[in-house]
Design a binder for this molecule. Structure first.
Ligand SMILES: Nc1ncnc2c1ncn2[C@@H]1O[C@H](COP(=O)(O)OP(=O)(O)OP(=O)(O)O)[C@@H](O)[C@H]1O
Ligand SMILES: [Mg+2]
Length: 518
């Protein structure tokens, strides 16, 4: 049995009210709340890596006690469920108190290596923070969260993890596109796992309410528990150093997203992890044809605030909101300006390194910049699949460049023909630069294939897994989980999972359009 050590609950002020009623919660970081029980919890899938990290066996997780706990029907000794109080800026505006409206933390497991893993159910019923909603999650969004959490981890991208996917046996009513067509869908619960689920919004809420004391307590707690590297830092420099670390981690996170073509979709400050992890797999998506303006989130279709190309800028905007919240504790502008400058520097450095690596160069050189600008413009206009393009680019022999190799990344023969002359010029210049870089061709190809994934959770693949799961067949969830364990390796017989988005998926709900309704 895992050992629980529930520090968030123990060390931080809590809500004295233990009823499960909607309310504004003041001066407290959490409210106790029990998951609402479900009719028939059934374990659909789980991550063996997380199982191991938590010191659990296959037998444990399949036992009635664990299946019940992961479905919200019971507790394992040591679990003390609670919902967190947080606020957030949504689509650029302060939204007030939000909080875990359907997430319920069960407690913090400390494993045999001393690692701390908080377990949190998503979709486990209403909490004091549920506002107008039902506290539940549907199967489609839970499959997406479960698979993508683990896929991101295997891509080497900081993320919250997923232990399990449980079907509840109950239905959930959702109007998927908010167009007056509510449907009954299957309910599900993901058990997420993370060293910490603290978000920017956890700090913002206390700053906005001018509750400096709780803000200070939460900051000290976060630094103590989640940033042990700051333990020996002089007291009066800790806040500045901590903010700087958060800025740099956030910059690295977003550079990774841009590297693999991941679009978060709802980068509200309540969806920004203080640890720089990807959190909240809602209407996220993977770029198929390269397009900086693309967003999977239909709710954001008009403004495109959270589109692919704007993610770095939005991350910085969110850090500014965090700075604003921390200002109350240390009203010295310079420390926040310094942190934000470090964000810019870290992002530029990371992104430069990412670009050089994606294109197979041994290092960043300023002279490459026009090459990158030109090809991204071409990829956008000619509708070129991002993932396929970079895998095929690795096959181009710089001494004998063959444009034909890249054609498999094209979505449109007509556009390919139109842009062929420009692509051809580009490839010549790129090949010359590659030759000049002087890298060994095999080393170049291997290095490219370590940063350019072959397999990502393409939107249509996730949708196929969902459609099957909805019909009671979990085989594709299992198969995707397995393929996405080794996203950079060619896997014999698994080519279909690297295939470009088929035509049928171009405008299908769930494949190219997702809403926040989940
Ligand atoms: N079905 C629901 N019932 C209750 N609250 C909800 C529901 N869906 C979203 N919320 C709440 O609305 C706010 C914003 O929602 P958002 O879509 O960012 O989060 P989420 O998908 O529920 O979860 P998380 O950020 O924990 O992954 C959060 O406070 C969230 O808890
Ligand atoms: Mg959220």
């Amino acid at each position: 049995m895992p050992t629980f050590d529930n520090r968030f609950l123990r060390d931080l002020p809590g809500d004295p009210d233990t009823t499960n009623q909607l309310r504004q919660v003041y001066g407290a970081c959490w409210s106790r709340v029990m998951p609402t029980s479900v009719s028939a919890p059934k374990l659909l899938a789980y991550s063996s890596e997380m199982l191991q990290a938590l010191g659990l066996s296959d037998e444990d997780i399949n036992s009635p006690a664990w299946v019940n706990a992961l479905g919200g029907n019971g507790l394992i000794p040591g679990m003390e469920p609670y919902a967190m109080c947080y606020g957030g800026h949504q689509f650029g505006n302060w939204a007030g108190q939000l909080g875990d409206g359907r997430a319920i933390s069960l407690g913090e497991v400390v494993n045999s290596q001393g690692q701390r893993w908080e377990l949190q159910l998503k979709g486990a019923g209403v909490t004091p923070y549920s506002r107008m909603a039902d506290g539940r999650a549907v199967l489609r969004s839970s499959v997406r969260e479960f698979l993508c959490s683990e896929a991101m981890h295997h891509l080497g991208i900081p993320t919250t993890r997923a232990l399990s996917l449980v079907q509840t046996g109950d239905v959930v009513i959702r109007d998927m596109f908010y167009n007056g067509n509510p449907q009954a869908e299957k309910g599900a619960i993901v058990c997420r796992v993370s060293p910490s689920f603290i978000r920017f919004g956890n700090f913002e809420i206390f700053a906005m309410r001018q509750d400096k004391q709780t803000l200070k307590t939460l900051v000290d707690f976060t630094i103590n528990r989640d940033f042990p590297e700051l333990a020996d830092f002089p007291e009066d420099e800790r806040l500045a150093e901590w903010f700087a670390i958060v800025c740099v981690r956030t910059a690295r996170l977003v550079a990774h997203w841009m590297r693999v073509g991941f679009v978060h979709g709802v980068m509200n400050t309540d969806n920004m992890s203080i640890l720089g992890l990807t959190i909240d797999y809602g209407p996220y998506g993977w770029v198929d044809n390269f397009d900086p303006g693309w967003t999977p989130n239909t709710t954001d279709a008009a403004g495109r605030r959270y589109c692919f190309g704007r993610q770095p800028e939005i991350a910085r905007w969110n850090l500014e909101r965090l700075a604003q919240a921390l200002y109350a504790l240390k009203p010295e502008r310079e420390i926040y300006d310094e942190g934000l400058m470090l964000f810019d520097q870290a992002y530029n450095k990371e992104w430069g390194a990412v670009l050089a690596a994606k294109f197979g160069f041994s290092q960043w050189r300023d002279e490459y910049e026009p090459l990158f600008t030109e090809v991204f413009d071409l990829m956008t206009q000619a509708e070129i699949d991002m993932t396929e393009f970079f895998r095929k680019l690795a096959l181009v022999e710089a001494t004998q460049p063959d444009l034909g190799i890249l054609q498999s990344a094209s979505y449109s023969d007509a556009l390919w023909e139109t842009f062929k002359p420009r692509f051809s010029d580009w490839l010549k210049q790129y090949s010359q630069a590659t030759v000049a870089d002087g890298r060994d061709p095999i080393a170049r190809k291997d290095a490219m294939n370590r940063v350019n994934p072959r397999y990502v959770l393409r939107n249509y693949l996730a949708q196929q897994a969902i459609d099957l799961a909805d019909a009671g067949d979990n085989s594709l969830i299992e198969e995707l989980l397995e393929v996405l364990r080794h996203p950079y390796d060619e896997q014999l017989g698994k080519e279909r999972f690297a295939a470009l988005r088929p035509d049928w998926a171009k405008h299908k709900a769930g494949c190219s359009m997702l809403s926040c309704s989940s």
